[in-house]
Design a protein around this ligand. Structure first.
Ligand SMILES: NC(=O)c1ccc[n+]([C@@H]2O[C@H](COP(=O)([O-])OP(=O)(O)OC[C@H]3O[C@@H](n4cnc5c(N)ncnc54)[C@H](OP(=O)(O)O)[C@@H]3O)[C@@H](O)[C@H]2O)c1
Length: 321
């Protein structure tokens, strides 16, 4: 339903920059009178989160812990994971366990999934957050382009393995952290490893994020009758170590208009913990409202394209999904 508030919100969204900066967050928060994430509880629930050692993932892990969730922190470096767990424990009681996995390695993700399934009798939330952008093209030891491996193939294996346990939860949820950068790129289904043309890090990143969202839609469809909500959100532009390292000039340009990590993860927390009514599976969210999947018709992936992508990713990973 169109209301004066949604009209203002849609205008912001159309302008891109004011939507993605902290202006968008502040205006929408006031406009819609958002409930504070502190109002939601995850007591008795278990949340698995990838990339909790930095930036948005670190911020989200702290909030999920404060909501009472038991945390499974999945990261590639044991020391950084332990440090994160210690920091979380220093600011309040927290039940957290650390599982080492390099998301760019399918073997590593499979071993981590086995470890999680053996240790966790229930999994209620999976936050697919880990991500990275690379200046140079490189392949993983398993032969996959590393951006695609880290943000598409590894997460696909993780969700494939954890999905049955999520489906046992009375309120299973999967939240994928994507990027508004995906709006700029089409995904060539016949060149998922970026073997054609000059490699470009931001373009590879945007393609992988588009693939992540397309797969999210397939997961939502496939897990719907098992009661699992699957959604993607993008954080706008948030000031994190990852952004500073990969896009320093952009960070300098947007400056104080960048969102804080807390503002960036607000919608992630909403999808993970707000009451289920009002949340719709299979959608892409920014600031607690579903947004379009495309801004340019040339980037659109049809339902048949999404099924083809699913088939290709299933074949590359050897997972049934
Ligand atoms: N910041 C933004 O404005 C923005 C905008 C759009 C989307 N995003 C997305 O938000 C997510 C979080 O980004 P951020 O800005 O918070 O970046 P960040 O500060 O660099 O954090 C990224 C996290 O991902 C982990 N990670 C990276 N590669 C990994 C791998 N191969 N295996 C396991 N973990 C890995 C990192 O672990 P280490 O600590 O071991 O490096 C770190 O915990 C990403 O998916 C990013 O694409 C961010």
């Amino acid at each position: 339903m169109i209301t004066p508030r949604t009209l203002v919100d849609d205008l912001l969204e159309a302008l891109v920059a004011p939507s993605f900066t902290r202006t968008g967050y502040a205006v929408r928060r006031r406009l819609f009178g958002w409930e504070d994430p502190g109002a939601w509880t995850l007591a008795g629930r278990t949340a698995v989160i990838t990339g909790p050692t930095s930036g948005l993932g670190r911020e989200a892990a702290g909030s999920l812990a404060r909501m009472g969730a038991r945390l499974v922190l999945v990261g590639r470096d044991r020391d950084r994971l332990e440090r994160t767990r210690d920091e979380l424990a220093a600011s309040g009681p927290v039940a957290a366990t650390a599982v080492v996995a390099d998301l760019s390695s399918l073997a590593s993700v499979r071993a981590a999934a086995d470890e999680i399934l053996a240790a966790e009798p229930r999994i209620d939330v999976l936050v697919d957050n880990a991500g990275a952008m690379f200046a140079q093209r490189a392949e993983t030891p398993e032969g996959f382009e590393r951006t695609f491996a880290t943000m598409v193939l590894g997460p696909f294996v993780l969700l494939s393995r954890l999905a049955p346990r999520l489906a046992e939860s009375p309120d299973g949820r999967v939240v994928s952290v994507t990027s508004g950068g995906m709006y700029t790129q089409a995904l060539p289904l016949d060149d998922l490893m970026f073997e054609r043309g000059a490699y470009d890090g931001p373009r590879a990143y945007a393609r992988a994020k588009r693939a992540q969202v397309a797969l999210m839609r397939e997961w939502a469809r496939r897990l719907d009758d098992r009661g699992v909500l699957v959604a993607a959100m993008h954080p706008g532009w948030a000031d994190t170590p990852g952004l500073a390292a990969s896009l320093p000039a952009f960070r300098a340009r947007v400056g104080s208009q960048l969102r804080t990590p807390a503002e960036g993860v607000d919608t992630l927390l909403w999808l993970a913990a707000a009451p289920r009514e009002g949340l719709v599976s299979g959608r892409l969210y920014l600031d607690r409202r579903a947004r379009p999947f495309d801004r340019l018709p040339s980037t659109r992936l049809s339902a048949a394209d999404r099924r083809e992508l699913w088939g290709r990713v299933a074949a590359l990973t050897g997972e049934e999904g």
